[in-house]
Design a protein around this ligand. Structure first.
Ligand SMILES: Cc1ncc(COP(=O)(O)O)c(C=O)c1O
Length: 251
């Protein structure tokens, strides 16, 4: 009997995906792999409405994508505002502390979101280098109005980078990277997009905004992804896993 998995992610996948997974392994330096990866990146940009975004496809967990997002844009002692409406929103607090940045938190009661007026007041009173929003917090299913928050914050503080955790949302609800003015977003193919686990994480960086903020201090491997892109000035893509093996293919 076929089993049906009914959680937010990982989700069941289609037969086509299962068949693709059963093919022989090819190396990450193989030109066939480079072709597949290049096509994937074009499709990823279309899927996420991210013509201005530079995508990185990573084999790793959602938390890796959260950490990669902040590691690349924040330097020691810079200011991070975490807007949290649940368990996964709160995780950005720990990641921020681990990166030695100053963390302020706006937290909503369970099942609610932080009012937009509170966010506006907070970013008027203090400069934040970046803020995080969880589009849907899986712990409660609460959906935040990312479009309204991004537009309001950028109208008050255009240099504050907006980081969106779309792990549980993207593909399931509308999320438009370019139109909404998102600067960094992270996603899992295995949740809203109903694809497979483990080649599953995409981070998008809006290079025009993020390039000057590429962090020179905080990491080795995670920083390389954006740093490589900034140096090349063109599309470079990295596939990695959490045990620090990585391959680079440049179009
Ligand atoms: C909204 C959200 N963010 C981040 C994560 C972290 O992902 P992972 O457990 O793969 O590290 C999850 C996991 O379910 C999630 O639902």
């Amino acid at each position: 009997m076929k089993q049906l998995l009914l959680i937010p992610g990982p989700t069941p996948v289609t037969h086509d995906v299962l068949q693709a997974l059963s093919q022989d392994t090819i190396a990450h330096t193989d030109e066939r792999f480079v072709k597949i990866m290049s096509e994937t990146l074009v499709k990823v940009k279309a899927l996420f409405g991210a013509d201005k975004g530079h995508p990185f496809v990573i084999a790793g967990s959602g938390t890796l994508g959260m950490e990669m997002s902040l590691t690349n844009i924040l330097n020691d002692k810079e200011n991070l505002l975490v807007i949290s409406h649940g368990y996964f929103g709160d995780r950005f607090i720990d990641i921020g502390h681990a990166l030695n940045v100053n963390v302020d938190v706006l937290r909503a009661p369970t099942g609610e979101t932080v009012p937009i007026e509170t966010i506006e007041r907070t970013v008027k009173d203090k400069h934040f280098d970046a803020l995080t929003i969880t589009h849907v917090d899986t712990s409660t299913g609460t959906l935040s109005d990312v479009e309204a928050i991004a537009k309001a914050v950028h109208s008050i503080s255009p240099s504050t980078l907006i980081v969106v955790d779309g792990v549980c949302a993207t593909g399931g609800v509308k999320e438009l990277f370019d139109d909404w003015g998102i600067d960094v977003s992270l996603h899992m193919f295995s949740e809203g997009c109903c694809s497979t686990t483990w080649v599953n994480n995409v981070c998008l960086f809006r290079t025009s905004h993020c390039q000057e903020k590429v962090n020179e201090d905080n990491s080795y491997l995670l920083r390389r992804y954006s740093a490589l892109d900034a140096r090349d000035g063109g599309p470079s893509q990295v596939l990695c896993n959490t045990s620090s093996q990585y391959g680079l293919c440049t179009e």
